[in-house]
Write a new protein. Structure first.
Length: 209
């Protein structure tokens, strides 16, 4: 919707974006479309760190934002690790941009790292992306994954290895990514504590009205 120019009707992702005041300039007719510039909140973490359960509960508590899980759009077309899942990440930025036009930021839950978003075309329409990484001590993470229903195959040796490696990478690199990631350790807290931690983090960074 937002990439279609009201002036000439042409579709373009390559508009010139002026952040102050926020205006997108059509490359075809130079029409300037004002837009709402808001932050995006990304809650990342390995499977088992508490993302999905927290997202469900947070969506009922934080009415100032739209809480979404990235898996609702996932399909095999997006399974492109060689380019860091570029189309998938760009699609989510485009969706967040359009939701922002209603005046509400998006809190997006799903495994991701900053470099997968920060250099994409749709990133220009987002004021700032804040990253929160949910971390869980490896043994506890394994216990949570193995306790899941068998059909999810979360307890397979390969999945356990991959999730522990990603979990540890997030913790070890939280201060090295650009921008940095805040870390919330969920090892010893229940889901209510995890939700409270995420809610406080989002509330603290929401634009002041």
């Amino acid at each position: 919707m937002f990439n279609v120019c009201p002036g000439c009707g042409e579709y373009s992702e390559d508009k010139d974006v002026i952040p102050v005041p926020p205006v997108a300039i059509c490359p075809h007719c130079q029409y300037g479309s004002p837009f709402v510039l808001l932050p995006l909140f990304i809650v990342t973490g390995a499977s088992g760190s508490g993302k999905t359960t927290a997202a469900l509960k947070l969506s009922r508590l934080l009415k100032e934002v739209v809480v979404l899980d990235q898996d609702i759009l996932w399909n095999e077309t997006f399974n492109t690790p060689d380019d860091n899942y570029k189309a998938f990440r760009n699609t989510w930025l485009r969706l967040a941009k359009n939701i922002n036009q209603a005046g509400r930021p998006v809190v997006l839950f799903g495994s991701a790292i900053p470099e997968q978003f920060e250099h994409l075309n749709e990133r220009r329409y987002i004021e700032k992306i804040h990253y929160l990484s949910l971390y869980c001590e490896p043994e506890e993470l394994k216990n949570r994954l193995m306790a899941r229903p068998h059909w999810r195959q979360s307890g397979s040796e390969e999945n356990l290895k991959n999730m522990v490696e990603f979990n540890n990478w997030l913790k070890d690199n939280s201060e090295k990514t650009e921008p940095k990631m805040t870390v919330l350790d969920t090892t010893a807290i229940d889901i209510s504590g995890t939700v409270e931690g995420i809610q406080n983090w989002v509330t603290e960074k929401l634009p002041k009205r």
